[in-house]
Write a protein of this length. Structure first.
Length: 160
């Protein structure tokens, strides 16, 4: 059953690039005691993700954080090296943390797998955005299909 509003986020280890290489990020610790906007997408360097989804959150980071959000994070089923390079390419800096779900553990546990094997892309994450408070999903905007509408930064701003 897919993750829903009121559920606790999956307890898994994600990764992000650090100056020493990939660093583990426990979701239990990452979400504990704070308000986080997590948005996920099918993959780094893909057209809609690079042209609209990530830039929307980077460009609106200050306004989103002004609504009491402690952290904004992007999750994709790519490895930490790719997410680190993509974050640099997108100018994410300290505005958006780029989290790697390379093995799809979070995506699978949340029930948000999107099989693009027919197109040579393997199993990816569906596109969504959520507001999480102290590890509990408060808002969940899961896209129905491949477009970007309800999971945009602007939609999350409205929800906040």
């Amino acid at each position: 059953m897919a993750l829903q509003v009121g559920d606790k986020v999956p307890s898994v280890t994600l990764y992000e690039m650090s100056s020493e290489g990939p660093a583990a990020v426990s979701t239990d610790e990452f979400f504990a005691g704070r308000k986080v906007v997590l948005f996920a997408l099918p993959g780094a360097f893909t057209p809609t993700c690079s042209a609209q989804h990530v830039p929307g959150f980077v460009n609106n980071a200050e306004e989103i954080k002004s609504k009491g959000v402690d952290e904004i994070a992007c999750l994709a089923t790519n490895d930490a090296f790719v997410m680190g390079a993509w974050g640099k390419d997108q100018g994410a800096g300290d505005k958006v943390r780029m989290l790697a779900d390379g093995s799809g553990d979070f995506t699978r546990a949340a029930g948000f797998e999107f099989d693009l094997s027919e197109r040579g892309l393997g199993v990816r994450s569906k596109r969504y955005a959520m507001v999480v408070e102290d590890g509990v999903v408060k808002t969940l905007n899961l896209e129905d299909g491949g477009g970007l509408t309800i999971s945009s930064a602007e939609s999350i701003l409205e929800a906040l």
